[in-house]
Design a protein around this ligand. Structure first.
Ligand code: DP6
Length: 311
């Protein structure tokens, strides 16, 4: 028996940053994301002699650190226990986007692992197909990596509390990421979640995220694109300000990131139009364009190192 599943990544416009105390990735604030259907992790599961992880061939080469492999297999064990799955398995995974491009793949990886293990539970008769749904799978996936719980809904997802849910918003956008740096982060996002609580700016963060999300939703629903851009800009600056004011402080935005951000903002000022802009816990710049902005997108991205969702 060979199980195959895949799941998309997602990019948060309202960021998950900070956790409750329970250690089960309960978020300190609400978050909202756009699902990146073309940036996916593929997972296969086959019987083996012990539970192990291997890279899945046929995709971009992937290597996991010992800690990364442990986090992945710990989640597999958690799911096996949840559905009383017996036996030992070889779990393979890979992304269809380069793993050394500085893009977070934990959202798509853990969502794909959760879906694949669920299929294993159903196929081996350990669980009945109708006992889980996208929302319960989202809650389970959160235990592996928080941001993965948003990857179960498309095109927009909102996460509050134990799991994510679909947002009734049909707007589809074109995603591109400007790769500024490919190197591994010195402070992982898991560590960032802990450290930002020491920032003096952390007070009021959850309220700011809630207000911004409500405003962003309403801006997107009413096609107030410039307001949506401003809210997204404020939100990633808010998160990066928490990083820069943590004790000890850390940061991901160097001169090269600022250089590109400044140009994109100047274009916005000159044209009164542009993409939604956001950064994760890293130096690379994510852009979301409306499909009719294709010409502008091509012009802005020429000469930059870019991964984009359109041909
Ligand atoms: C900055 O989901 O990677 O990308 O729950 O510890 O695995 P863990 O953290 P993770 O955090 C990602 C945070 C972020 C913002 C976001 O995706 O909302």
């Amino acid at each position: 028996m060979r199980i195959e599943a895949s799941a998309p990544s997602n990019i948060a416009l309202i960021k998950y940053m900070g956790k409750g105390v329970s250690g089960s990735n309960l978020p300190a604030n609400v978050s909202m994301s756009y699902t990146l259907e073309n940036m996916r992790t593929f997972v296969t599961i086959e019987s083996g002699t012990e539970d192990t992880w291997l890279p899945l061939e046929g995709y971009a080469p992937l290597s996991l650190s010992d800690a990364g492999r442990k986090k992945f297999l710990d989640h597999f064990s958690r799911l096996k226990a949840r559905w009383s799955i017996t036996g030992q398995y070889t779990v393979r995974s890979a992304n269809n986007f380069p793993s050394d491009c500085g893009l977070a793949s934990s959202a798509s990886s853990f969502a794909a692992l959760t879906l694949a293990t669920w299929q294993l539970a159903v196929k081996t008769g350990a669980a009945d197909e109708d006992t889980e749904n996208a929302e319960s799978l989202s809650r389970l996936s959160r235990l592996g990596s928080g941001s993965s719980c948003r990857s179960f809904f498309s095109p927009w997802s909102m996460w509050r509390g134990e799991g994510a849910q679909d947002l009734s918003l049909t707007l589809k956008l074109d995603h591109a990421v400007i790769i500024i740096e490919k190197t591994k982060k010195e402070v992982s996002s898991t560590e960032a979640h802990r450290r930002i609580e020491s920032s003096l700016l952390y007070a009021g963060r959850s309220e700011r995220a809630t207000t911004r999300m409500e405003e962003l939703l309403s801006a997107l629903r009413q096609n107030h694109w410039e307001s949506a851009y401003e809210l997204c800009w404020n939100e990633f600056i808010d998160m990066h300000a928490l990083f820069e004011t943590s004790r000890p402080a850390f940061g991901y935005m160097g001169a090269a990131t600022w250089d590109v951000l400044t140009k994109l903002r100047a274009d916005w000022t000159a044209l009164g139009d542009g993409p939604l802009i956001t950064l994760d816990a890293g130096p690379n710049i994510h852009l979301l364009y409306r499909p009719e902005q294709r010409e502008l997108a091509e012009r802005q991205l020429t000469g930059l190192n870019v991964i984009k969702s359109w041909k």
